[in-house]
Design a binder for this molecule. Structure first.
Ligand code: ATP
Ligand code: MG
Length: 406
């Protein structure tokens, strides 16, 4: 008998504490896992009150495990073998597994549970029978009840029996979407993707709002923002990407406001437009990548001047982090390499050399009175382009598959 993993058995994270909402959480998590694993067409996902099950249907377990490790809302999971529901088959499987993984001096135990109570042995009898089966092939093996090196978990379910011995830690957090929707202001920089990741972690269903100013910004800059969004789909599935035409507004500001205030005015327009899009699309909050003191637009005075255009909560997940801390996360979530690609952002191009670090609201309002703020916002909002970004197989995985074929 050659054993291959047939499924991943998934244990839920924090959601188990959520009482009545439990089923809603589980349904969302199931949907997210389906989205994230849609890159493996044969994989099927099932979820019940206690566990979710990912059936591999012949798919290699390693890449699926790597994908699952990133999905928020999973506490941990165990790759499992599906075994015929009979005592001889279980004995044979246990002996084969132990022969394969046991090393001199290791301790073990068998933990059985039955959801099918009609099975011929109860869990205590199963533990004993299968433990004895282990001694038959490894007479020197030692049983240890507390924290053994190997815990063979045996589950008797209605349709079959399952054995697992490995527990892989999940990402924790909350299933994406269980906390409601928020609009992520996504540039091509290092900070905003990290802010998006942290919002996803606490269950916020993000939509990425990106301001583009062609021809001043290149198609490469737009693609960069889309690639960053795609990286974020690993944590909870598909993300809506919203491209906002921003050229007219930037040209207007440039023509009619003093250099020192370009940045503040630009940011206020971004905030207004994002808020309008949020309202139209049922979002509850705005999320951005501002980090205190990092650049001129991110002094407390600046934040206040920019934030003054809305009463919508603005979440700033990286506001108190140092640049190095943010970069550490960007590397972990694999966005850093994309973020440092040299494509000009709309703000870099129009950025003055010396932006005002303590803009006065009175001045800001006076400069804005020279502009048709309402009309500009209206036109930008009516020109948005929305696309769905879905997960994609990573290139190194594709290379591996190709290498296997040759
Ligand atoms: P980032 O690394 O996220 O670009 P940053 O340190 O470069 O941040 P700024 O350029 O001042 O900071 O931008 C502050 C925040 O404003 C960004 O984190 C992002 O949330 C938002 N933002 C800036 N430019 C854009 C853009 N073109 N589209 C959408 N949001 C933007
Ligand atoms: Mg930036």
């Amino acid at each position: 008998m050659v054993l291959n993993y047939s499924e991943m058995m998934i244990r839920y994270g924090e959601l188990s504490t959520k009482g009545k909402n439990r089923m809603r959480f589980i349904t969302k998590l199931k949907r997210n896992i389906q989205d994230v694993l849609s890159i493996y067409p044969a994989v099927k996902v099932m979820a019940d009150r206690d566990r979710a099950h990912v059936y591999l249907n012949g798919t290699d377990y390693q890449p699926v495990a790597e994908s699952l490790q990133q999905v928020f809302g999973i506490q941990n999971f165990s790759p499992s073998y599906r075994i015929e529901k009979s005592v001889p088959a279980l004995i044979e499987a246990v002996q084969e597994i132990m022969t394969d993984i046991y090393q001199e001096g290791m301790t073990f135990k068998v933990s059985s549970r039955r959801s099918d109570h009609s099975f011929e042995l109860d869990s205590r009898e199963l533990n004993q029978t299968l433990g004895n089966a282990v001694f038959e092939v490894i007479p020197t093996a030692q049983v240890k009840m507390k924290a053994p090196d190997i815990e063979l978990r045996v589950e008797i379910r209605t349709e079959a029996a399952y054995i697992s011995y490995e527990t892989i830690r999940g990402a924790g957090g909350l299933p994406v979407g269980t906390s409601g929707k928020g609009m992520l202001m996504l540039s091509g920089g290092i900070d905003s993707p990290v802010a998006g990741y942290l919002a996803l972690k606490r269950g916020v269903d993000i939509e990425a709002v990106h301001f583009a100013s062609p021809p001043y910004t290149s198609p490469g800059a737009l693609k960069k923002a889309q690639d960053l969004t795609r990286k974020l789909t690993k944590f909870g599935g598909n993300i809506q990407f919203i491209e906002v035409p921003f050229t007219e507004i930037q040209e207007e500001i440039k023509a009619k406001a003093p250099e020192a205030y370009l940045m503040t005015l630009t940011r206020r327009f971004m905030m207004r437009i994002t808020d309008r899009i949020r309202e139209d699309r049922g979002g509850l909050v705005i999320i951005n990548g501002e980090s205190l003191g990092q650049v001129a637009s991110q002094t407390l005075e600046s934040m206040q001047a920019i934030n003054a255009v809305t009463t919508t909560p603005v979440i700033r997940p990286v506001v108190t982090m140092d640049k190095l801390e943010i970069i550490e996360i960007a590397e972990k979530i694999d966005t850093f390499e994309i973020s440092i690609q040299p494509f000009e952002d709309c703000c870099t191009i129009f950025a003055p050399d010396r932006p005002k670090t303590n803009p006065k609201i009175k001045n800001v309002e006076q400069y804005e009175s020279r502009l048709d703020v309402k009309g500009l916002v209206e036109r930008a909002v009516s020109g948005i382009m929305v696309t769905t970004i879905t997960p994609q197989v990573e290139q190194d995985q594709v290379d591996e598959w190709l290498a296997d074929l040759l």
